[in-house]
Design a protein around this ligand. Structure first.
Ligand code: ZN
Length: 293
């Protein structure tokens, strides 16, 4: 069963829901970045959220950057999605280890912190990107996403994100959902939804052996949801030698000369996938000369 994203709407047309299952891509991120459980959970939640928000972007070359800086010990939590919900990401301190919360859950809120902001950048691939930002509510990420949608987009929503880490530290289940109340929804729809969300239970429990569609039917089942669209998603980095050269070129002549005069090969590591790109001093020189033109 591959990771997937599903969009659905209730039969009455008042409630829209997007759900993702992200176990494989979260496990890939864990192995790539060697995250310990609390960092796996924080990164996994951010990847799931970024995937759902990024998949809403209609232009093919668009992307969505999801960044949390909460002042907590994990540092920055970063996730980027393309316009098809494929994601990549990293956290500042992958080896962070924290005691569990009193209820036995991983303490993502403490790892992330609450003294900071969630920033989301919508880049359509043309024109100026749209940057929205909201003060963190809990650092647990799902609530912060709902706060963002309300403040920045005036959308009444509910968001749930979950990552279940197994005893061997691998990802047992992961995913989440975002539910939006559409304009014209009757007042009691919000209460009904709240009740249904409570009854449907934890995301990671539903996805443990279940699939993204189970999240949809679990919450919206009584209102005859229609699946509008679904497709596979995966962990996908778009780095390349050309892109890295572009980044190097943007450093400016002064810095590039310093690197070149060092006389050794320069290694540039991609934050998102750990790929290493090596450049000789001659290549650095050529990049500097190209940049000057
Ligand atoms: Zn990469």
């Amino acid at each position: 069963m591959k990771d997937e994203i599903i969009h659905a709407v209730t039969g009455d047309g008042f409630i829209k829901m997007t759900a993702v299952s992200t176990r494989h891509l979260t496990e890939k991120a864990r192995r790539m970045h060697k995250t310990l459980p609390v960092a796996t959970a924080a990164l996994g939640r951010a990847l799931a959220a970024a995937s759902m928000l990024g998949d809403e972007i209609k232009s093919e070359n668009g992307s969505l950057t999801f960044q949390i800086n909460g002042g907590g010990p994990i540092g920055t939590v970063m996730a980027v999605s393309d316009s098809m919900g494929n994601v990549r990401g990293y956290v500042g301190e992958p080896a962070l280890d924290l005691p569990l919360r009193p209820d036995g859950k991983l303490n993502v809120g403490m790892a992330v912190g609450t003294d900071g902001r969630l920033t989301i950048i919508h880049d359509l691939g043309f024109g100026e990107p749209y940057v929205g930002s909201v003060k963190l509510v809990s650092g647990e990420i799902a609530e912060d996403v709902a706060a963002y949608l309300l403040e920045s987009q005036q959308v009444r929503s509910a968001c749930a994100l979950g990552v279940l880490v197994d005893t061997d530290q691998s990802v047992r289940s992961a995913g989440g959902y975002i539910i939006e109340l559409l304009p014209g929804a009757p007042d009691d729809a919000a209460d009904w939804l709240e009740e249904r969300i409570r009854a449907a239970g934890n995301v990671s429990a539903v996805l443990d052996g279940g699939k993204a569609a189970d999240l949809i039917y679990g919450v919206l089942g009584e209102r005859e949801p229609r699946i509008l669209e679904s497709h596979e998603i995966e962990y996908r980095c778009n780095c390349s030698r050309e892109r890295i050269i572009g980044v190097l070129a943007s450093l400016g002549a002064e810095d590039l000369r310093e690197i070149e005069e060092h006389g050794e090969n320069t290694e540039v590591r991609c934050h998102f996938c750990d790929a290493v790109y090596t450049f000789t001093p001659e290549e650095i020189k050529r990049i500097a000369e190209e940049a000057k033109k």
